[in-house]
Design a binder for this molecule. Structure first.
Ligand code: NOJ
Length: 506
């Protein structure tokens, strides 16, 4: 095993809509060949996650996980009162889905392991060999079609038993459970899986689970959210600390391969002038826990702002962290914000304005100027240039470590009046992807060491609190029949990949 799994924190970037795709369509074949920055081994793929895709929530020995419990106990918290019991049933339809991938010409598929399918009760019960068999079949089928499996060990879902026993990520016990999961996955799949990532967007996940409390285990305190338990000023940092050390544990177990950490990154444009860079860094550092994994310590901006709320690493943990080799960073990127400093100047309340959020207010407009066109999703403005800037920032801060864009995509909110034809004719998605892929190319020409791009998502799927109403797929899913139908963006992506990669082989 030469590759370690990579944990990438996903960054959200915003951008201007550009039209480089037109440039490609109008250019001659040779010019394309010369101008494309994508190397021939670049991975173009699509991304998914277990709870959002698999369904089969009680099939063949799977245990209950946090999202099974949350959606069943609180149906009103999901916009369409739905859940992932069935999702898009990839558990039973993966062969059909691989056909769809083949039709796109992708050479990578990012999916996650359902922890409770493999270990229904974490360390406190046996291995579910039906779950192992499922992932073996999926991996083998992908490889037989020339599609590299890009596996995330954990994408938000974990056995409910771990919540009930020790409050999951609030306990260092979770590090041991995560290590156990990692060990089992490496042993059973590591001979064929060469790209691993540990945790999906831990920086974003913790905001939702322990700061705002909108995701299970629904822990928070006022004014961040209205939960029956939790402490938004402290718990997010304890949970984040445990994810960092859990990542480290997995890397040490894997040591024979390559591993990464996974983050959510927003493109951030400083709003105020003085000390812009320092403020920008403070915000980025608070939400991108990559520093400890690379440098063995929290960034000083974070320590200064958070003081005793920030857990400390022991000397041994620091040494362990410093020895980790991060083979790549995975980046989920969707949008960007303006950022206003609230440490040295007065800010109105808002997302980011508190100590726990780094005193860095996130805004979608500067005066009357919006950061970019607002999509159907209230957090997603289109600003590709922010993507380019983020990649350059990461390139400079982390010595041009290889990067994979592990998610980037566009969501369509299905309203009562939306027609199927409108959903299939998704020109806005094409415009979005085209702009962001242009920005990616620009960043690569700037020198960013990007190795792959995964579109979120192959199919429409269960979009967490939005349920099935928010559709990110290149393929439309009819949730009655589960029929998959290509949208316009599917053929656009196929052509794009063909133009940029396949042509290099001939
Ligand atoms: C990032 C998350 O990893 C994924 O689960 C989610 O569906 C997409 N963003 C879109 O919101």
């Amino acid at each position: 095993m030469n590759n370690l799994p990579i944990f990438v924190f996903i960054i959200i970037l915003q951008s201007l809509i550009l039209s480089s795709s037109c440039l490609y369509q109008n250019s001659s074949h040779n010019i394309l060949q010369d101008s494309s920055p994508f190397p021939s081994d670049f991975l173009f793929g699509t991304a998914s996650s277990a709870y959002q895709y698999e369904g089969a929530f009680l099939t063949e020995g799977k245990g209950l996980n946090n999202w099974d419990i949350f959606t069943h106990e609180n149906p009103g918290k999901i916009r369409d009162e739905n859940n992932g019991d069935m999702a898009v049933d990839q558990y039973h339809r993966f062969k059909e889905d691989i056909q769809l991938m083949t039709s796109l010409g992708v050479n990578g598929y990012r999916f996650s392991i359902s922890w409770s399918r493999v270990l229904p009760r974490g360390r406190f019960g046996g291995i579910n060999y039906s779950g192992i068999k499922y992932y073996n079949r999926l991996i083998d089928a992908l490889i037989s079609r020339g599609i590299k499996p890009f596996v995330t060990l954990n994408h938000l879902d974990y056995p409910q038993e771990l919540e009930n026993r020790f409050q999951s990520w609030l306990s260092p016990e979770m590090q041991n459970d995560f290590g156990y999961l990692a060990d089992i996955c490496f042993k059973h799949f590591g001979d064929r899986v060469k790209h691993w990532t540990t945790l999906n967007e831990p920086n974003q996940q913790i905001i939702l689970t322990h700061l705002k409390g909108t995701f299970p285990p629904s822990r928070c305190s006022l004014p961040y959210g209205n939960c029956s338990q939790g402490n938004s000023e402290r718990e997010p940092f304890i949970a984040a600390h445990n994810t960092i050390l859990a990542h480290a544990k997995a890397v040490h177990i894997y040591r024979r391969g390559s591993l990464a950490l996974w983050c959510k990154h927003h493109g951030l444009n400083p709003l105020a002038i003085p000390s812009q860079i320092e403020k920008l860094q403070r915000e980025l550092n608070l939400f991108i826990p990559i520093d400890p994994i690379i440098y063995g310590k929290y960034p000083k901006e974070m320590v200064n702002v958070l003081g005793s709320a920030l857990p400390r690493f022991s000397r041994k943990e620091m040494e362990n962290l410093k020895q980790l080799r991060l083979d790549f960073i995975g980046i989920n990127h969707y949008t960007s914000y303006f950022i206003q400093d609230c440490l040295f100047s007065t800010c109105n309340a808002g997302d980011g304005a508190s100590k726990a959020q780094g005193f860095a207010l996130k805004l979608d407009r500067k005066g009357n100027v919006s950061i970019g066109e607002l999509t159907d999703v209230n957090w997603q403005h289109i600003h590709p240039e922010g993507f380019r800037k983020t990649l350059n920032y990461l390139k400079n801060r982390y010595h041009n470590i290889p990067m994979f864009i592990t998610e980037n995509g566009f969501g369509d909110l299905q309203k009562p009046e939306t027609t199927l034809t409108e959903l299939l004719n998704d020109t806005k998605r094409i415009q979005y992807m085209s702009g962001y892929l242009d920005a990616l190319q620009s960043a690569m020409r700037d020198g960013a060491n990007v190795k792959g791009y995964f579109a979120w998502s192959l199919l429409d799927n269960f979009e967490w609190l939005y349920g099935y109403k928010l559709r990110f797929g290149l393929f439309h899913v009819d949730y009655t029949s589960l029929k998959r139908t290509p949208k316009l963006s599917a053929s656009w992506y196929k052509n794009y990949i063909g133009e940029h990669i396949r042509r290099k082989y001939y």
